[in-house]
Structures are given as C-alpha cells and as structure tokens.
Design a protein around this ligand. Structure first.
Ligand code: KIV
Length: 282
C-alpha cells in the first residue's frame, strides 16, 4: 500500500484484519529508511531519552528535545503516520498544557500524539481530541510511571490488575483515541482487550494477538546494550558499527587511510606555480 497512512487507515486495517507495523525514529535518515520500507506508523518516542540522549529513563525528556527530533523525522516521512510522544509533565499538569503541548507536536509536523495512562489522563485526552488533535493511548507498563510501579515490571498479571488496564483502554476508546498501545502485559490479557476494542491495539511485549506491533528501533536493530525479553533483534548493527569504527581508527594510526583513491588531485601546471610560490614565501 503506497497511499498516505492516516488515523482512518489504521481503523480500516483493523476492520480488514491487516496487521499494523510501527517503529520509533528520532532522526531524518532512519525515519526515511523506515518510511521507504513501508512501516505504517513512525513514533518519535520519548524513549529518545534512554536510547539517544543517555538519560537513565524517559522522565527527564523535555518538550524542546521532543520537538527538535519530531521536526527531523517529519521532514523525512512521506507515507507513514507520524506520532509524537508527549513527554512526562507535558500533559498531566492541566488541560491547557495538554492542548498547547500537543499542538506544538502538530506544528512540528506530527499528525497525532501519544500519551501514557488511562482514566487518570482522560480529561486531557478529551481536550486534545476536542482541539482536533488525534490521540493514541498507551496502557500497561507505561514507562513514565516506573516510580509508581517500582520498576519495569509486567503489568496485568492478576485478574484485578488486568481489569483495570482493560477498563482504562475502554475509557480511552470512549474518549475518542484512534489506537491504544498495550505494553508489557500477558498476551492473554492483550488478546481479550484487542477483541473488546473497535480501535486497533499496538502491542509491545503484549503478544501476537494485538492489531499491530511496535518496537524501539535501536533495540530491534541490535544497537541497544540491554533489551527486554520481548525484543527480537532483527540485526546486529552495533557489531557492524564497532567494526567499521575500529577499522577506521586502526587505518589512520597505521598511515593506511586515506590512500590516493580518496584524495583530490591538483593539475600539474597549477602545482608547479604553487610550489614556486611556496618556495618564495616559505
Ligand atoms: O517511547 C517509546 O518508544 C514508546 C514505545 C515503546 C511504545 O512509548
């Protein structure tokens, strides 16, 4: 499918039983690659914090950082739906903050935003949707809540906990989200929630029955050092990068780079004149 992916496309894909693919991207060249390959949704995730910026988690990520990277991604993408991830405290604080910050993502080129949480943020979700901004929900193991959860632990393992996640997802649907990310929950719970919703679910560590799947790009490429159990490494890019960088380092130190093949040539006559000038002027 080559036509532009919109929030409506995702609803139609669920209706047709077509799986939705989603990856994170934070810069122009990788966003371009992901888009060219045909991935349906590109998320500028607040995973930017731990993946690219060296923060210990997503909590320190600022709006300024997110907008900077959203602009780069949006410039690259022609087909995929571009979703900006609202960072910690950019929407929880007030309806006004939620609308204004979501609006900044749209002005930067995103076509939708994602927020973490269910009923606790439902008034903010409604306000953003009322302002004309499509919203993707995110429930289960929501990384902005790690201190509340006591770490990155699978959520929804008891019937009561699963019920809360399921009700949050339902409430988000009622508020008008176009899709819900289900993260770090048992696959059986994700299957039941997916069946109960009209909008598509996008799973990450939530099993095969979600309507779509998302992974963090650097995790699936094999660049990240430590990845959760649910990540399949589709590449070993870190090894390839390490080899290329260490080959460069060695060749420079061994006087083997650059050879003439990588150099510019001066015409003989010009070189003669320049040598004469250098002899005169030192
Ligand atoms: O920040 C992120 O990359 C995310 C995805 C993992 C869903 O929220």
């Amino acid at each position: 499918m080559n036509s532009k992916v919109t929030v409506v496309t995702l609803l139609e894909m669920k209706a047709r039983g077509e799986k939705i693919s989603m990856l994170t991207a934070y810069d122009y060249p990788t966003a371009r690659l992901i888009d060219e390959v045909g991935v349906d949704v590109i998320l500028i995730g607040d995973s930017l914090g731990n993946v690219l910026l060296g923060y210990p988690n997503t909590l320190p990520v600022t709006m300024e950082e997110m907008i900077h990277h959203t602009k780069a991604v949006a410039r690259a993408v022609k087909r995929a739906l571009v979703v900006g991830d609202m960072p910690f405290l950019s929407y929880q604080t007030s309806l006004e903050d939620a609308i204004l910050n979501a609006g900044r993502f749209i002005k930067a080129g995103a076509e939708a935003v994602k927020v973490e949480g269910g009923r606790s943020v439902i008034d903010k979700v409604r306000a953003m949707i009322d302002a004309g901004i499509p919203v993707m929900g995110h429930v289960g193991l929501t990384p902005q809540w790690i201190h509340q959860f006591g770490g990155y632990k699978v959520r929804g393992r008891t019937a009561d906990a699963a019920k809360i996640i399921s009700e949050d997802a339902k409430e988000l649907e009622r508020a008008g989200v176009f899709s819900v990310v289900l993260e770090g929950i048992p696959w059986q719970v994700a299957k039941i929630i997916t069946k109960s919703l009209k909008v598509p679910t996008i799973g990450i560590g939530a099993g095969p029955h979600c309507d779509g799947q998302v992974l963090v790009l650097h995790d699936m490429l094999g660049i990240s050092d430590r990845v959760p159990k649910f990540v399949k490494k589709y590449g070993r890019i870190k090894d390839a990068m390490k080899k290329a960088i260490s080959d460069f380092n060695r060749e420079v130190k061994e006087h083997r780079f650059p050879t003439l093949e990588f150099c510019y040539e001066m015409p003989e006559e010009e070189l003669r004149k320049f040598r004469a000038h250098a002899r005169r002027h030192g």
